[in-house]
Design a binder for this molecule. Structure first.
Ligand code: FES
Length: 72
């Protein structure tokens, strides 16, 4: 399954990076040579990482939020 459409990052790639130690999507994406674009995938990617690491899912208040500048 594709987790990140912008970068074509697959779920198994995110899981592999979580097993190597990534604790958040930014770390996992960076290790894969990418960075977030639209940010739509980050909460889903975080859930996958948390699941792979055996961490209880984060509450919404601690979810990954990245704000991107608006186009002029
Ligand atoms: S879907 Fe991942 S950055 Fe856009």
């Amino acid at each position: 399954m594709i987790v990140c459409v912008c970068n074509a990052i697959r779920e198994d790639e995110v899981r592999a990076e979580a097993r190597k130690g990534a604790t958040c999507p930014l770390e996992a994406y960076k290790a894969l040579g990418f960075e977030p674009q639209c940010g739509c995938c980050l909460n889903c990617a975080q859930d996958i990482i948390d699941e792979e690491r055996g961490v209880a899912s984060r509450s919404k208040s601690s979810r990954v939020v990245i704000e991107f500048p608006r186009a002029a």
